[in-house]
Design a protein. Structure first.
Length: 675
């Protein structure tokens, strides 16, 4: 096999490893397969390149353009998965492990691309929350916006997911409009390097948007400023060292950490061996012990079961582990591969021995080297299951993580005790509960929520479609308090906002409209040259307003609507009953009658660029309308969002007022308009 020279990509150039490059061994054979690092890389040049070239190019694009870029990038990577699969076997990963890492990373990019198009504006400023009225008459208002940081995001990733670990950070970073410097763990950086080459060679990314360090970071962190951000995944020890860098502290550099944690899984008190939830629990724990050879930051380290079920769990889990084929990950029959390196194997065995000091080994043998495929020189280790008989006084099992196929089972008396044991981990990325009881789920959510970044509940109802205890999803936050690092990643748009600055904006309605690109009530109204429904998407201006004629509401209108729709609610039909209601002075018009009449007042009936009415948001009725009252409509273009090359979404601000100019109703109308 040709020795791989893993390069870095810095300031627009590929740089080969230097004379003092670090050797990288195959997890399967132990033989040297690659080398990385040791090159003389100008870290300041990398920062300057990102800040001065990549940043401006990304910020010149809007959120939707960046989302399209992510989608194209994900599709391109998806077309080159086989090359990444082939490389990844030497990390010790099986084909199913590759799919979690590589396919999962590509899928994450697709989700962020979709989130960007659906949930973020077609512009460069993100509006965070609603308008705040800061004055009595509405001439002085406030809002919060988010804009991209004008620095560089430094991503320091762990060894276990060389592709997903990069992409789950890179997707929200690029969507925010911030360039990234990716630093993968050296032991698996040869996979990351190929993924980066695929992305850069595609030509999809603007120049300076992505750089790569294969090897050490050198003095990079010493050069960061207050507009930069560090996102780290790895051990608590390394996170503490990086976070305490004097320059990071001095400049208040944002530091987002996702650390390994002592995640727990609780078997509900309602679950017994004759229920489907029991089999589900065993499958979940087994999967988390053996997937990626237990090298997952979300893996189950502590198994918490009712005292009466501990022995049943030990027997069922041991039987399942005994059937697991462990060996060469290139063999299709293999279900668990190797740890990433010989050094990692030593660390796992040392941590397992520490756990064994206060727990009993009930399955597995650290000295068993009989693996399928005749592999004996690699970093293979058999799964180990420990039983801690006294988890209340134990300390090591709640403090020590063997980052491999090692878990400890412990019993609990009642659900309050189970919660206490789960929380002894002092913060985790995820805790799961297998239960069919809503009461148990609520008690765990209340008692354990503050200690865990994610709570995963599963039972017979959801088991066929659930994604698994150890599967972080781009839609949901990934992170946790305390030992887990105190950070959050992903979580949809929440993850994008980590790379942006939230700023409070105060000013007049016109100022807020100009900044946010969304019309604010009280801002200047624009009179268009023709009815807005006769004008195409591109011709409409934010603030363009139509004032309708008025229409009087009669008793006959109310009664016809009631009988036609079947809505004969007493407030519309019975004068005396309506008067007894503190909200109504007499019989009143139906709210939906008012909406229907409003449409009749502003709709242009002829065929035109309005293709469809797609929704109505934020409807409120402020004042009842009686027979004899009149209503008029104000229709204003509030916001515009491109959807395809053929049409875009127009959001209209609609108000209904009565003959006294009092606000009767307010809502937002959504239409699709042709270009």
């Amino acid at each position: 096999m040709t020795l791989m020279k893993v390069s870095s990509f810095a300031a627009g150039k590929w740089i080969a490893p230097g004379a003092n490059a670090r050797p990288i061994a195959s997890a399967i054979t132990g033989a040297k397969i690659a080398e990385a690092g040791g090159a003389d890389i100008n870290k300041q040049a990398m920062l300057d390149y990102g800040r001065n070239v990549g940043g401006p190019a990304l910020r010149a694009m809007g959120f939707h353009d960046r989302a399209k870029m992510l989608k194209a990038l994900a599709a391109h990577l998806g077309g080159h998965k086989q090359a990444l699969y082939d490389l990844s076997f030497d990390t010790g990963a099986t084909q199913s492990d590759h799919m979690i890492d590589i396919d999962g990373g590509v899928g994450t990019m697709f989700v962020f691309a979709s989130k960007g198009r659906r949930e973020m504006p077609d512009g460069q400023i993100y509006l965070d929350g609603e308008i705040e009225q800061l004055s009595r008459n509405g001439t002085f208002l406030g809002m919060h916006i988010a804009t991209p940081l004008k620095g560089v995001a430094v991503h320091i990733n762990a060894f276990n997911f060389p592709v997903w670990g990069m992409l789950e950070k890179l997707a929200p970073t690029l969507l925010a409009g911030v360039p990234a410097i990716v630093k993968p763990a050296t032991s698996t950086c040869y996979v990351t390097e190929v993924a980066v080459r695929i992305m850069l060679d595609s030509g999809i990314l603007p120049e300076g948007a992505l750089q790569l360090i294969s090897g050490g970071t050198g003095d990079l962190l010493d050069r960061l400023g207050p507009q930069d951000i560090v996102s780290f995944t790895g051990s608590a020890k390394t996170a503490s060292m990086l976070r305490s860098n004097p320059n990071i502290l001095k400049n208040s550099v944002r530091f987002v950490a996702e650390q390994d944690s002592l995640n727990a899984s609780i078997l509900g008190p309602d679950v017994t061996p004759d229920t489907p939830e029991f089999d589900l629990f065993i499958k979940e724990v087994h999967r988390e012990m053996t997937t990626k050879a237990g090298q997952k930051c979300t893996a189950i380290r502590r198994i918490i079961a009712p005292d009466a079920q501990v022995q049943n769990v030990i027997e069922a889990l041991s039987a399942r582990l005994a059937k697991t084929v462990i060996g060469d990950p290139r063999d299709e029959a293999t279900r668990m591969g190797a740890l990433v390196s010989a050094g990692q194997k030593i660390d796992v065995l040392e941590k397992a021995a520490a756990i064994g000091s206060e727990s009993k080994l009930v399955y597995g043998d650290p000295d068993d080297n009989d693996f399928a495929g005749g592999v004996d020189a690699g970093a293979f280790v058999k799964p180990m299951l420990f039983h801690c008989e006294d988890p209340d006084t134990a300390t090591v099992v709640h403090e020590t993580e063997a980052f491999g196929p090692v878990s400890t089972i412990m019993g609990y008396r009642d659900i309050a005790h189970a919660i206490d044991l789960a929380n002894k981990g002092e913060g985790s990325l995820v805790a799961s509960v297998i239960t069919a009881s809503g009461e148990v789920a609520r008690e765990v959510a209340m008692g354990a929520g503050a200690f865990h970044g994610r709570l995963y509940f599963n039972n017979a109802t959801s088991m066929k479609e659930s994604t698994g205890h150890g599967s972080p999803l781009p839609h949901m936050v990934h992170g946790g308090p305390g030992r887990a690092g105190g950070g959050e990643e992903m979580g949809g748009v929440r993850g994008v906002l980590h790379y942006m600055q939230r700023t409070a904006i105060q000013g007049s309605p016109d100022i807020l409209t100009a900044i946010g690109g969304k019309w604010v009530p009280g801002a200047t109204e624009i009179k268009g040259p023709a009815h807005p429904f006769t004008r195409k998407f591109g011709a409409l201006s934010i603030g363009e307003t139509l004032h309708s004629k008025s229409r009087e509401i009669s008793t006959d209108d109310i009664e016809k609507f009631a009988h036609f729709t079947g809505d004969t609610f007493y407030a519309h039909m019975d004068s005396e009953a309506a008067k007894r209601n503190p909200f109504f002075p007499d019989r009143v018009a139906h709210g939906y009658l008012l909406l229907s009449f409003a449409a009749g007042l502003f709709v242009e009936p002829d065929e035109g660029p309005v293709l469809a009415n797609t929704g109505l948001d934020s409807l409120r009725f402020m004042k009842p309308v009686e027979a004899g009252d009149s209503i008029a409509v104000r229709l204003t273009v509030k916001a515009k969002t491109r959807r395809t090359d053929e049409y875009g979404e127009v959001r209209w601000h609609v108000t209904l007022t009565n003959q006294d100019q009092e606000l009767v109703a307010e809502y937002e109308l959504l239409t699709m308009n042709a270009y």
